[in-house]
Ligand binder design. Structure first.
Ligand code: FES
Length: 164
């Protein structure tokens, strides 16, 4: 069961128990526990992190210590479509800054932001591993390669119109 009520309720405790039973309760499971929370909610809801810490018998400070150390973890809800712009060297040389600026302009948000309608989140990431296709953007699990200004505008338009 995935709880979205946002309050300190029984379903939160039940979900925490479910996660701990599935993943493990020792400190060495801190990262997989956090990954499971984020997989379910797209970010780390405070109440659920605390409930998982209590259930797993891991100090909540230790769990937050791990969560803040790794950039993969988010503390705010994410939009439906996560746009990741590669800022690696090859993409940078191929104009990723221009692509980033266009995305920010098209969505009206800065890097790290989420649109008010929760449709898009936008972030810059390290090399996505397909440098020969630079500049590269990943939206959800899909890669968009050799982007130009007009291509990225068209891609965003498709997502806005529900065509992608
Ligand atoms: S530098 Fe962008 S994919 Fe490697």
């Amino acid at each position: 069961m995935t709880c979205n009520c946002g309050s300190d309720c029984a379903c939160r405790a039940n979900e925490a128990r479910e996660i701990v039973v599935k993943i493990g309760r020792e400190g060495e499971y801190a990262i997989p526990l956090l990954q499971e929370i984020q997989r379910r909610h797209s970010y780390l809801p405070k109440e659920l992190v605390e409930a998982v810490a209590a259930e797993a018998d891991i100090p909540v400070s230790a769990l937050y210590g791990v969560a803040t150390f790794y950039s993969q973890f988010r503390f705010k809800p994410q939009g439906k479509h996560l746009i990741r712009v590669c800022r690696g060297t090859a993409c940078h040389v191929a104009g990723s800054d221009i692509i980033s600026a266009l995305i920010a302009q098209e969505l009206g948000i800065e890097e790290g932001g989420t649109t008010p309608d929760m449709l898009f989140s936008f972030e810059k990431v390290a090399c996505l591993g397909c440098c020969a296709l630079a500049p590269v953007v990943m939206i959800g699990e899909k890669i968009y390669a050799k982007l130009t200004s007009s291509k990225i505008k068209a891609v965003i338009k498709d997502y806005k119109n529900g065509k992608a």
